[in-house]
Ligand binder design. Structure first.
Ligand SMILES: Cc1cc2nc3c(=O)[nH]c(=O)nc-3n(C[C@H](O)[C@H](O)[C@H](O)COP(=O)(O)OP(=O)(O)OC[C@H]3O[C@@H](n4cnc5c(N)ncnc54)[C@H](O)[C@@H]3O)c2cc1C
Length: 321
């Protein structure tokens, strides 16, 4: 039986960074890049245009180009990449088992980097204006010239929605916060900041029902769920802050997940509750959700895996050995 040193599941910034570090550490990592489950190979940045905040690219870089460069770097250091979804894992015995429809492998260690998917509303017009006015990340897209001095709307009532609304006041002239209920789930402190901010207007019992525009978003139709009345908000931006779904369905029953489906990690590390399994990137991070933090934790996971594998004195086996 051939046993891999390290299998990495996922090919976003976390997965490729883990692959680069593990490759350089001569662990000969095997990466399941994904295919359709939980997003496309390359991860969430494949679905965006300009990335303005990833260090090293002062003029910005297109998301797909950044991911292509990370992929090349992982290949350069010997990572073996398979463009396939993992459909089944067995973490109950060692070596662990990881399987796609095509391939089943045994492995000493696993780094899970399957990311998270931003929840969408699937409004009429949403596909057309996605990345062209509609976004699920104010920190990523707020500085876009489309929103400078413009009116924008944020959907949601929790802490993320409050943070997105407050963040957008740096760029937008006015931020409309659309809240389905008559109260916010955000913390008291966040609520106070929202209520007292002169650029933020809260609309209770309100949900967006249609996005409209031409080449770019020009506005949103908003329905009052109590009166059913529909009104037009001429906004240039619509930001979803209605949560993310971590891509952990295949890990249910295999390792600890928190009530939101995220993988809890131990203290400052990327260790999960099972020795030999680490989690990096958005799949374990409900707070920062940025490419650089995903890459950072991918690096941590690979370093922790390298240490753990050598401490375990695991025989370094490889399919190429
Ligand atoms: C539209 C948009 C714009 C963004 N803009 C920015 C920005 O400008 N700056 C910034 O810092 N951040 C931005 N972000 C956030 C950033 O993309 C994420 O924080 C980052 O991609 C998370 O990286 P990750 O590696 O954890 O996961 P992801 O990028 O989500 O990658 C997950 C990977 O796991 C794979 N996968 C999932 N399930 C399986 C499975 N069963 N088997 C195998 N593989 C699987 C997927 O195919 C994918 O490759 C943006 C996000 C979005 C959606």
């Amino acid at each position: 039986m051939t046993v891999e040193n390290l299998v990495i599941i996922g090919s976003g910034p976390a997965g490729y960074t883990a692959a680069i570090y593990a490759g350089r550490a001569q662990l000969n990592p095997l990466v399941f890049e994904g295919f359709a489950a939980g997003g496309v190979p390359g991860g969430q940045l494949m679905t965006t245009t300009e990335v303005e905040n990833f260090p090293g690219f002062p003029a910005g870089i297109q998301g797909p180009e950044l991911m292509q460069q990370m992929r090349q770097q992982a290949l350069r250091w010997g990572a073996r990449l398979i463009q396939d979804d993992v459909v089944r894992v067995d973490f109950q015995q060692r070596p662990f088992r990881v399987a796609s429809e095509e391939l089943e492998v045994y492995t000493q260690g696993v780094i899970i980097c399957t990311g998270a998917t931003a929840k969408r509303l699937h409004l009429p017009g949403e596909e057309q204006f996605w990345n062209n006015g509609i976004s699920a990340c104010a920190i990523c897209d707020g500085a876009n010239p489309l929103f400078q001095g413009a009116e924008v709307a944020v959907v949601g009532g929790g802490d993320s929605a409050a943070e997105e609304a407050l963040y957008l006041t740096k760029y937008a002239s006015r931020v409309h916060l659309l809240v389905r209920r008559d109260c916010l789930r955000a913390s008291k402190t966040m609520q106070d900041r929202l209520f007292h901010h002169p650029q933020i207007e809260i609309h209770w019992h309100s949900i967006p029902v249609t996005a409209y525009g031409d080449e770019v978003l020009r506005g949103v139709k908003v329905q009052n769920v109590q009166t059913q009345e529909v009104s037009s908000f001429p906004v240039s931006g619509l930001f979803y802050a209605i949560g993310h779904t971590p891509n952990t369905q295949i890990f249910q029953g295999q390792l600890a997940l928190d009530p939101g489906g995220y993988i809890p990690t131990l203290g400052k590390s990327t260790a999960t509750d099972i020795p030999g399994i680490w989690a990096a990137g958005d799949v374990q991070d409900r707070e920062y959700r940025q490419a650089i933090t995903a890459a950072g934790t991918g690096c941590m996971a690979a370093l922790e895996a390298e240490r753990w594998l050598s401490e375990e004195r695991s025989p370094v086996l490889s399919v190429f050995a």
